[in-house]
Design a binder for this molecule. Sequence first.
Ligand code: MIC
Ligand code: SF4
Length: 642
Amino acid sequence: MTLTYKILEKHLLSGKLIPGEEISIRIDQTLTQDSTGTMAYLQFEAMAIGRVKTMKSVAYIDHNTLQTGFENADDHQYIQTVAKKHGIYCSKPGNGICHQVHVERFGVPGLTLLGSDSHTPTGGGIGMLAIGAGGLDVAVAMGGGAYYLTCPKVVGIRLNGKLPYGVAAKDIILEVLRRLTVKGGVGKVMEYIGDGVASLTVPERATIANMGAELGATTSVFPSDEATRAFLRAQGREQDFTPLTADDDAVYDEMVEIDLDQLVPMVAQPHMPDNVDTVENIGPIKVDQVFIGSCTNSSYQDMMRVARILKGKTVHPDVSLVIGPGSKQVLTMLARNGALADMLGAGARILESACGPCIGMGQSPKTNAVSVRTNNRNFYARSGTKSAGIYLTSCETAAVTALTGVLTDPRCLDIDLEVAQPEKFEVNDNLVIPPVEAGAEDTVEVVRGPNIKPFPMGKALEDHVTGKVLLKMEDNITTDHIMPSNAKLLPYRSNVPHLSDYCLTPVDETFPARAKQEGGGILVAGQNYGQGSSREHAALVPLYLGIRAVAAKSFARIHQANLINNGILPLTFENEADYDRISRDDVLTLPDVRAKIAAGSEKLILRNDTKNEEYTVLLPLTERQKGMILAGGLINYTRENN
Ligand code: MIC
Ligand code: SF4
């Protein structure tokens, strides 16, 4: 058996472990972060669940930390109080990025973790089965409810040998992305095996598992071995260690072989994480900004390598170098051992331990900038500067590039880049606020600032759905297109009416106004619609604007679930060529859709009233999903069935 199926089997609540079948699993731990968390907790409260029933639930505050107005701080207070009341630990701003901190302090091999953030799979680095989901699914899991997913295929990624000098774990995942693309992991778990695994530390494995999200994968998982034990021991948590591996004769649905000795430094070029080439091939392009940090690359060892490269040098005069260590633990250790002084001495601008520039929370680069970054997404406009091009690399490539001012291959360095994992990490969890004891919930008042607005609720499915095609979109539209995030918009994650004026504006500035004028409509899209972030706002805001259905060639996993959870119909074309027949402003109708779905029909007729044509669209739903679509979303469905 694969390790993935071993963990799934232990947690299986319903269904059979056959790829493609719907299964449900028990969730041991959950995490939320503030930009999805406010909404998740509003929904959690709406479900009247009471106290969480998980082994551990943590609410992180790490995204919206700029606080240019009262909004973020109000959201922080709401999260901290709601967490305290309901049995959830709250990691305060400054404690670090959720995924980095979770691996350091809470991750346990063999357990399941569900998080309202698409990079929750970072926990795969420590042998968890860690999955990203929409806030509603996480809210249900906090209440002890099962998490439903399609039983994945398992891809074995065999790592052979050892990484050569100057080549990093980041280059491994960039190579996987180059080969498999941003659609390559859909419906699959990436399971890392082979003798090359042993040479990678837990944080290096976490880098790889983190960016598995960009493959569209359900998650990625590493075995739990001596390296895992050493990491947990250094975190003072050896008692959490359990050895876990796949059986020697485990059978994988697909295999990928990577010879680590053959790898070279890689770069993902604008605007997709799979637009990968080697540093050497791209050549010495001039660089304006370098950002080192994010949940992908900001561990202690990453930062120490960066400090070594910068020590005694000066950042190129035309480069702005920004560094955000991933957690309070990392930053404190750098401060104590002098590495922080090496960074500052070289001219680095140090940020607090938070997401920061990765999500456009400050440090937007200049017009037409080339920005080299160690994070995981380089989607169009995500940095806050539409004309900028973001190039994703390892920490080593980013650091040396900051010194030379042009994209540079770190293999040219002649310093020692080996950084041993510390025997003991500095542990101080004083920014993690525990919840009140069971029974004392009433002593906590949940505080809601004026920025917190009610969220839209779906309505029961009509007999017929009719609407104008408000937008026709291409392939790989991300949730950053659907609901952009940046320093100006992130403060409004608990204010859907405000966000609605920005919905899909990276695709078409006129969309929100037209949607409001028409009172809603239908969206048409290409392949992999809704890839990227788990933000439920990419479903909630269209719901608020009256979108009833999205007809696409295919959908990304989390977004498709978010649409169904909110009662919006995700339709796929049976015949992809029908996509070409539809134009913007055509009026489409799904006749008798309620009766057909209720009767279990997975094929529906989509009538183009303008062109007088008919297309077949597919809507395969499980019984539970059918219930949600008919009721108008998960909350209505839960209420009806309780
Ligand atoms: C991201 O990296 O896009 C985010 C911001 O962490 C999101 C969550 C969000 O949109 O708030 C994610 O990855 O799910
Ligand atoms: Fe934060 Fe960026 Fe990681 Fe998302 S990808 S959790 S924004 S650091």
